[in-house]
Design a protein around this ligand. Structure first.
Ligand SMILES: Cc1ncc(COP(=O)(O)O)c(C=O)c1O
Length: 480
């Protein structure tokens, strides 16, 4: 209930309740393993417990907070459970949570350098740190022609890359006149759906998106790409953008960036490399093969919020030549004019993203990199890759199962040989048990289970237990 005098939560109450909330989060981390990973509520069940109308008078924080445990917690799917193996992870960590809390507490809006210089400069600095950490080319550094910016998500990164590509290809005419229906973008059949969405938003039109076929490893076929680009050029169309993926969502396939990059260079196409989950692995020199050919990329992104222990949202987006992006997105109304901007000596990140406003997200990334150090982050990645490889070996040894795709890193795609219906039953049974959570994809037309090792606290015992549970459930399906 608001303080009757000041009407707001007093600093003293904030301190007390803040400690209680932090205690609750710490307890949650300790007991998260005890919850069914996938929420068991039915559609509408959470809303049915909420009052139809908001309160006329304020309520006590104790009362509000009690409802978190009572109403909200049952409706949570526990992404932070070490038994969460679904989709791709969205990892958190103590330093990241505290960095996010601090960002919220400072409450700054970093749209311009001048609206909080530290917000911009820390972001630029941390994103520059990550360039050599990931073995990325120097041209992505802010001290070179490029630079990095934190986007909310990889989807926004793809959209910004596509918008800049559109403008580069039309000498900024489409910004003024709109698209003329001739611009063409290329993805593979395995590219994340966010690029298709970006094509719709950017006005290219989804008929102008070409999904290039993939090889037996689900990686884009560069020969098919080259042929399609040439055919489109011949037809009087204007190819402008290719998205290559390093670690596709479905199966972790790695598109051949170097060969795709050569085609992009020849035809003057913007190459965006989406490494949303797998980019984190490049922290380890032995996984830098992921970034082979990155010197051809015009833009690149990876999500620390997936596998690098940094709370959602945090996507690191880089461009090789920042002037295209800035010119594409910059609009300067009078009320945003200021001396620092006019001096040309500062970065205004509002010109590097779709929204104007932005949070101080680099704090959590800075905390994570400093707390773990490069070696700590490498250890994290190596252990997850080791566990996934171990799981893949167990699958290989069991005649009832097959691996459905190569396992370059931490995602294992596998299935029962006995067909879609059995795989569906197996997955449903495991997910309903609450012991673990897996999701599926379709590879070569067959229902395939995916097990991704990437949650912050997943250890060998969790992966061992997952395999035991899969074997038990398989036996219950009558398979021996
Ligand atoms: C390769 C890839 N790109 C893009 C995305 C979309 O990520 P975001 O939620 O950050 O937009 C994902 C999500 O899993 C992904 O795996």
């Amino acid at each position: 209930m608001p303080d009757p005098e000041s009407f707001h939560m007093s600093p003293e109450e904030f301190r007390r309740q803040g400690h209680a909330v932090v205690d609750w989060i710490a307890d949650y981390c300790s007991r998260v393993e005890s919850f069914p990973v996938l929420s068991r509520v039915q559609p509408g069940e959470i809303r049915a417990q909420l009052p139809q109308h908001p309160p006329q008078q304020g309520e006590s924080f104790d009362r509000i907070f009690a409802d978190v445990e009572r109403i909200i917690l049952p409706g949570i799917t526990h992404w932070q459970s070490p038994n969460f193996f679904a989709y791709f992870p969205t990892s958190t960590s103590g330093p990241a949570i505290l960095g996010d809390l601090l960002s919220t507490g400072l409450g700054v809006q970093g749209m311009l350098w001048s609206t909080s210089p530290a917000c911009t400069e820390l972001e630029t600095h941390v994103l520059d740190w990550l360039v050599p950490m990931l073995g990325l080319p120097d041209k992505l550094l802010s001290s070179s022609s490029g630079g990095g910016v934190i986007q909310d998500a990889a989807s926004s990164a793809s959209l910004c890359a596509l918008l800049a590509a559109r403008e580069r290809a039309t000498q900024f005419a489409s910004n003024r006149k709109g698209c003329d229906g001739r611009l063409i973008a290329y993805i593979s059949t395995q590219t994340h759906s966010s690029v298709e969405k970006a094509v719709k938003i950017a006005g290219l039109g989804s008929d102008n998106l070409r999904a290039i076929e993939v090889d037996q490893n689900f990686a884009m076929r560069p020969d098919t790409l080259a042929r399609q680009v040439e055919a489109d050029e011949k037809a009087g169309l204007v190819p402008c953008f290719v998205c290559a993926t390093v670690g596709t969502t479905s199966s972790n396939a790695i598109d051949p960036v170097r060969e795709i990059g050569g085609i992009c260079r020849e035809h003057n196409l913007w190459l965006h490399v989406d490494s949303a989950m797998s980019g984190t692995a490049a922290l380890c020199p032995e996984f830098r093969f992921l970034h082979d050919g990155m010197e051809f990329a015009d833009s690149y992104c990876f999500n620390p919020h997936k596998w690098m222990l940094t709370n959602f949202d945090c996507d690191c987006f880089y461009v090789a030549d920042r002037k295209h992006l800035i010119r594409t997105l910059s609009v300067l109304p009078e009320y945003l004019r200021n001396q620092a901007t006019e001096s040309g000596a500062v970065i205004d990140y509002r010109d590097w993203q779709v929204p104007l406003g932005r949070r101080f997200r680099s704090l959590k990334l800075w905390f994570v990199i400093r707390y773990y150090g490069i070696e700590g982050l490498q250890r994290h990645v190596r252990e997850h890759v080791r566990l996934a490889q171990q799981f893949a070996a167990w699958v290989r040894e069991d005649a009832r199962f097959e691996l459905a795709a190569p396992v370059p890193l931490n995602l294992v795609c596998f299935r029962l040989r006995s067909g879609d219906a059995e795989n569906q039953k197996l997955m449903d049974q495991l997910n309903h048990s609450g012991d673990l959570y897996l999701t599926h994809t379709r590879l070569d037309g067959k229902m395939t289970l995916r097990l991704c090792v990437g949650q912050t606290h997943t250890e060998a015992r969790h992966v061992e237990r997952a395999w035991q549970r899969i074997q038990q459930a398989t036996a219950q399906l009558g398979q021996s």
